[in-house]
Design a protein around this ligand. Sequence first.
Ligand code: ZN
Length: 452
Amino acid sequence: MDTPRGFNLLHLLSHSLLLLPLLTNSKTPPIQDEKSKIISRFQQYLQINTSQPSPDYQKSTQFLLAQANSISLESQVLEFVKGKPIVLLKWPGSDPSLPSILLNSHTDVVPSESSKWVYPPFGAHIDEEGNIFARGSQDMKCVGMQYIEAVRKLNISGFRPKRSLYLSFVPDEEIGGLAGAQKLASSDVFKDMNVGIALDEGLASPNENYRLFYGERAPWMLVIKSTGAPGHGAKLYEDSAMENLFKSIESIRRFRASQFDLVKTGLKAEGEVISVNMAFLKAGTPSPTGFVMNLQPSEAEAGFDIRIPPMANLESLEKRIAEEWAPTSRNMSFEFRGKGIPHDDQGRPLVTATDSSNPWWALLEEAIMKTNGKIGKPEIFPASTDARNFRLVGLHAIGFSPMANTPILLHDHNEFLNHAEYLRGIDVYVSVIKAYASYIPPRRHEDSRDEL
Ligand SMILES: [Zn+2]
């Protein structure tokens, strides 16, 4: 199953004719003209409806391959799962013995309720302030296109990479990434790529600091269930299913408040605490008009979305769940409908080093600062991204989306990115790619040269 399938490039040329920039104007000066072409290409990518649950991957694949073709990148389409294409582009480095650079982005976006948007979510409308409105403008078609535009600029400037540079465009991140990044990271193709560092998505920053992420929280989807003798709605008795479930909910709520307080008081960042949110509550005896009101039911259950930072003590959380949240002594049981791993196979927190043991971190910071970008403290991503798949195979992976002075609108109505911030992000990637693709580690020993 893990066999890549080729793609007919000739077939694409006919499509690329449809992608000619629409904003060119013979009277505009050359720089403006180039900028409007860049924005127009971003708009074209945003206008492809790759919304879950039925993303148009055929169109996005055609578009990306045409882009690759226009900047002379090598391209292939990998389909580990039928209908779930991974577009893999390569800019070969002059020294193939050096580990490569991977710039990853996902092509799918979350659904949108278009009636709640000021402009249509796939219109990529630009308002008078230069804000580009579209689903995916922040998460994360911006980053995918910025990679391409940065390569285009570098290519035109005559830059040639020492390390090979890969751009991967993966499907289905928004539904867990099983058919996308996970398959890619565990494939033979990936081993042959000899990746040294992977960049993936981050988050917008409402202030002037860019945000860099060195790890992420793992999701545990917990369902707790209680059982008890049914009884008349008027009777007070011990161990009813509802009463037992409520004791658990109270305990969970106290825990949630204690974690939230750490964030509110500024002692910890959002990604550093365990979040618990109730996702569903299921109980009651149905009747034709709703629920039977004078009966205490014999079963009740509740589901919780729990997010666990890599440094959390899993044993103590497991103990808390078994002893306080769903104890058998209160006729309760629990199960996980999904249990992410915040640790590596040695039981260590699954994070990318931010100290001198990882030269890629400092290189990234320097490259950003060279463009006058400011950077906040290293952070743990509060939700999940594809980066965990790369960390799980032992790679350094850093989450970064160059969006400063931008409200965090991923998965929200009216997602937008300002065109100036988008253009600035391209220059940041130009600087990052230059630094990364040229990096040669200092030779400590003659044969340690290929370590990084
Ligand atoms: Zn995303």
